[in-house]
Ligand binder design. Structure first.
Ligand code: ADP
Ligand code: MG
Length: 689
């Protein structure tokens, strides 16, 4: 096994070191400049870069290259081309030019486009996103050079998740610069950072193979809760089983080779649930890296006899899996969400905070829309997951500061504390307390960043971060426009007034209490905060006039692109619900009904045998069991018919029928001999040995 020293961090990434080795000095500088400053790739160096990449890749065993992109399906896509092209008789020539690097043309007709592309112009274009470095993906029998790319249609409309993310980063950069200019900060560059904590389950592959629901839908559609789930709270941060640790170590080694800073690993709340958190990175790279983390988890799990479940709610009644998006913005290297040590830094911090509070309050609906998937629908608002209501947790100390600003007077010490003068006074120190944070809030300030906890485990982080960037950009611009008008002499006083008005207008979105409680649902309704429970409701804001205008104004997505997304996501939801309905019916009819019938026959035969043998004891209980089982079987049968009748209809009806059928099936589970029950049970799947 490699020792810690032998693990070559970043050895499979075309990073600065590789560039300096494989490129002429000037070309390496030009490329590095392009990557750092997000400028377009100079076409005059493309051929040289392509040549170097091919050489570098082939030196590492790559035989193929691919444009690696992120279509609207939520996963990543790739089409491999060999470096080799036939060149005469039995000869091949390794070819890879600047053209291959900058532009690729996959026949993309089967990727969802929401009607943006007609089939006769099915081609999509992919182009290298130079801000994300090229890397090598290894598989058991070879390696592929992967070029992170954006994907758009023939007519230039966006077909992927990366392009709008990059546009939203530009929008936020633009807005942050305007805001910082108001404070006299030197013109510079905003860096958006993301640290995505990834939760997942591991199940034994042999058990997984016997669960058609897990195989086809990624979650269990049936299964009674076992006696023991997470009530003992002994799994969270418990010692990691050796078999799981072996898996995690292999995952980390693979990630480190790809330059992905996997940092922490631990058991999560539910049995068989775990988390991997990387160090935060620049947003675009962090998103790509999260996609690779998910893929690596899946691939390595397979080698260890596991299946990695990234579904948001694989097991009903058990903690679900989220992906906490830790997000922040830095300007000229300084984190804007880190309260500073002097009045100027504090004023900037408060202006940024006010921008975010305003953005989240005004656009909670579109932020929620970005987390709307079928998998997340069953997670949000259930066991240990934030509700579908978007609110902000600031913590006791920062809340007190905001209250003082908003009231414009002292609220501490019975009104005797002096007024907080923005830009003149320093803030009281805000402890970055990691122990008593409110875990029930969907959007929490955690000392130097916001942690958005609503996104689901399987989601591509780009959607939520794209929305966050866009709404915060709009807010920063709005604040900057008012701040810019302030007379110099009364700047701080005016700034105080502006911040006061923002906090006053948007304080309804601030909530430090228990987000899991029923009272919060009522309280949120009184405050007028949206609670968009189902996916169709939650997706609707994507085509709301207000949001169409916002995204167009920020140059992130045009109305046609927003409509396309809405249609693609709604269609995906629709297809998935129907698939789940069909799979549930197949399992109930093909596996559960026969198992219950066998059990019934066994009971009847035993009763007959008792009678023939002239035995009385036990007959009454058998008769009682048979009656209950028979009645359950009939209800299951009726439930199947009811589900079947909904399959061509509304998704909500399918879901209701599935829930009713499940209740019957799960009740039967306790009435059928363990040995005869056809599906591995929760208790087996949730314990790893
Ligand atoms: P938790 O207590 O929520 O599990 P962790 O410490 O495990 O928190 O994870 C926090 C995540 O936030 C890590 O990925 C970390 O790198 C990231 N993070 C820290 N600072 C920033 C920042 N300025 N911007 C974005 N992410 C950050
Ligand atoms: Mg977290």
């Amino acid at each position: 096994m490699d020792t810690a020293k032998e693990i070559a961090y970043g050895s499979d990434v075309f990073n600065e070191k590789a560039m300096r080795e494989y490129l002429a000095k000037d070309t390496a500088e030009a490329l590095l400049h392009t990557m750092r400053d997000h400028t377009p790739l100079d076409p005059s160096i493309a051929n040289e870069v392509a040549h170097a990449l091919k050489q570098w890749g082939m030196d590492r065993g790559a035989t193929h290259f691919t444009h690696w992109f992120q279509p609207l399906t939520g996963s990543t896509a790739e089409k491999h081309d060999a470096f080799f092209e036939p060149a005469g008789m039995a000869e091949t020539l390794a070819r890879f030019s600047g053209k291959n690097l900058i532009m690729g043309e996959p026949d993309a007709s089967s990727f969802p486009s929401g009607g943006l592309r007609r089939t006769f112009e099915a081609r999509g274009y992919t182009a290298w996103d130079v801000t994300s470095p090229v890397f090598i993906k290894r598989h058991s029998n070879g390696a592929t050079l992967c070029i992170p790319t954006v994907f758009c249609s023939y007519t230039g409309e966006v077909l992927d998740k990366k392009t709008p993310l990059l546009r939203s980063m530009q929008a936020l950069d633009r807005a942050a610069r305007r805001l910082m200019a108001c404070f006299g900060e030197p013109d510079g560059h905003a860096t958006i950072t993301l640290g995505a904590e990834q939760e997942y389950f591991l199940v034994d592959k042999a058990l997984w193979l016997r669960r058609p629901d897990l195989v086809q839908c990624g979650r269990t559609l049936f299964g009674a809760s076992p006696a023991r789930t997470q009530q003992l709270e002994d799994h969270y941060f418990g010692s990691i089983k050796p078999r799981v640790l072996a898996f995690m170590e292999e995952v980390e080694r693979e990630l480190w080779r790809l330059g992905i800073p996997a940092k922490t690993r631990h058991n999560e709340t539910a049995p068989a649930q775990f988390e991997l958190a990387p160090m935060f990175e620049e947003l675009n790279l962090a998103v790509d890296h999260n996609m690779l983390i998910m893929e690596t988890l899946r691939n390595v799990a397979d080698r260890h006899g596991f299946v990695c479940l990234l579904h948001e709610k694989p097991f009903a009644g058990i903690n679900g899996s989220g992906k906490h998006n830790n997000w922040s913005v830095a300007y000229n290297g300084k984190n804007l969400l880190e309260p500073g040590g002097n009045p100027q830094e504090n004023a900037i911090f408060l202006a940024v905070l006010a921008s975010i509070v305003r953005a989240v309050d005004l656009h909670a609906d579109i932020l929620r829309a970005a987390t709307a998937t079928l998998g997340n629908e069953s997670r949000l608002g259930a066991l240990e997951a934030p509700p579908a209501i978007i609110s902000i947790f600031l913590g006791e100390d920062l809340s007190a500061v905001v209250r003082r600003i908003e009231e414009g007077t002292a609220s501490q010490a019975g009104g005797k504390a002096p007024k907080l003068r923005i830009g003149v006074d320093t803030l009281p120190p805000l402890p970055r307390d990691v122990t008593d944070r409110n875990r029930t809030s969907p959007f929490a300030f955690t000392g130097n960043k916001f942690e958005f906890r609503a996104p689901g485990a399987s989601q591509n982080c780009s959607s939520v971060c794209m929305v966050l960037n866009t709404i915060v950009a709009e807010s920063m611009e709005t604040l900057a426009a008012s701040i810019a008008k302030l007379p110099k002499a009364r700047f701080h006083e005016g700034l105080g007034k502006i911040l006061r008005a923002v906090f006053k207008d948007h304080k309804r979105v601030l909530f430090d209490g228990d987000g899991y409680s029923g009272e919060w649902v009522d309280e949120a309704a009184r405050r007028g905060l949206p609670n968009l429970r189902t996916v169709p409701e939650a997706l609707a804001p994507l085509v709301d006039e207000r949001n169409l205008a916002l995204f167009a104004a920020q140059g992130v997505l045009m109305p046609t692109e927003m409509h396309a997304r809405h249609d693609v996501f709604l269609d995906e939801y629709d297809r998935k619900v129907r698939l789940e309905g069909k799979v549930a019916l197949e399992i109930a009819r093909g596996m559960i009904e026969p198992a219950a019938a066998h059990e019934l026959r066994f009971l009847a035969q035993t009763l007959n045998a008792l009678r023939e043998a002239g035995l009385e004891a036990g007959a009454a209980s058998l008769r009682e069991n048979a009656a209950a089982l028979g009645a359950g079987l009939e209800r299951l049968h009726a439930g199947c018919a009811a589900l079947e009748a909904t399959l061509g209809g509304e998704t909500a009806d399918i879901q209701r029928a599935m829930a009713a059928l499940r209740a019957e099936a799960d009740a039967l589970e306790a009435r059928v001999d363990d040995a005869r029950w056809p599906l591995p049970k929760y208790r087996d799947m949730l314990s790893i040995h």
